[in-house]
Design a protein around this ligand. Structure first.
Ligand SMILES: [Zn+2]
Length: 306
């Protein structure tokens, strides 16, 4: 019987131990907890995280997010998280004060590196328009920022996050291409997207539309007589077949505009919030597709089929 040299046995055991130790170091631990400020970001983050992190939204579906009033329970939830994701560009006007009550938790701004479009009018004029996610081509930068933040938080799952980000980006690119094709079926002179909030600046810039709105950003003045008159004037000149309003605000002033400008109220668009699972916009990609359906149906252009 040939016995292995004792020193070899020792070396082998040492090597085996070293391998076990290093594979233990790269074995993922329990999934980290991630909190996003609103439903759209939470959905994007879930797509990148897969089962590698537990993601939840601080605000519920349908919540107004610009001037949201965080509860003490929200502070507790953020404090219990490993990472907080927010939009930035002035969207969550409550965030910095809120986050100052949370200590030792990482945060990541998902619009990092995105060139902002300025707000066109009103008290927030020239401040960045925060609704960058509304253009799917810009949303790809959100996905990359989420991947980076999750990877820094949990490096052992880097490969999982990279693979998920790549396949989710593919799906966003597919929606982007379809959206581009479908919006191009609207005759050019009719391509005016009139909405309650000026939340479509990135979408209209990237997809060949012109933008009109009642108020530039959800704030104090929403649907004042002056805003109503100004939009009616614009619509009498540009004559789009329909106007729209967003799910998180009151559509009454826009219905008045539609009557007085002799156009139609074309329906509800989704921007600052997803709907619940049984609503028409339960995910970011469905939000983009549902909006396209609503716009194209109201404009009587293209086919609502995808
Ligand atoms: Zn908004």
């Amino acid at each position: 019987m040939i016995r292995p040299h004792p020193r070899r046995v020792l070396l082998g055991a040492l090597l085996a131990g070293a391998t076990a130790a290093s594979s233990q170091a790269s074995t993922p631990g329990a999934p980290k907890r991630v909190v996003a400020t609103f439903t759209v970001l939470a959905d994007m983050a879930r797509n990148v995280a897969g089962d590698g992190a537990i993601v939840e939204s601080l605000t519920r579906p349908g919540a107004e997010i610009h001037d949201y009033d965080p509860t003490p329970q929200d502070v507790v939830r953020a404090q219990a998280a490993d990472l907080v994701l927010w939009n930035g560009l002035g969207l969550e006007r409550w965030f910095e004060r809120f986050f100052s009550r949370v200590s030792g938790v990482r945060q990541a701004v998902l619009t990092d590196g995105i060139a902002p479009i300025g707000i066109g009018a009103g008290p927030y004029q020239n401040l960045p328009n925060p609704h960058a996610w509304m253009s799917p081509s810009v949303a790809l930068a959100y996905v990359e920022n989420i991947r980076k933040a999750l990877t820094e938080l949990d490096p052992a799952r880097a490969a999982l996050f990279a693979a998920n980000a790549a396949s989710y980006s593919e799906r966003i690119r597919a929606v982007d291409a379809t959206l581009r094709e479908r919006l191009a079926t609207i005759p050019e002179e009719r391509r005016v997207l009139a909405t309650c909030e000026g939340a479509f600046s990135y979408l209209t810039r990237d997809y060949g539309l012109r933008e009109a709105y009642l108020w530039p950003i959800n704030a104090e003045d929403e649907g004042t007589p002056r805003q109503v008159r100004a939009l009616i004037d614009t619509l009498r000149r540009t004559r789009p077949p329909a106007v729209f309003c967003e799910s998180t605000v009151n559509d009454r002033p826009m219905r008045q505009v539609a009557r007085e400008a002799r156009t139609r109220f074309g329906g509800v668009l989704h921007v600052d919030s997803l709907t619940g699972q049984d609503g028409p916009a339960p995910s970011y990609l469905r939000l983009i597709e549902t909006n396209a359906d609503t716009i194209l149906q109201a404009f009587g252009a293209g086919e609502a089929s995808r």
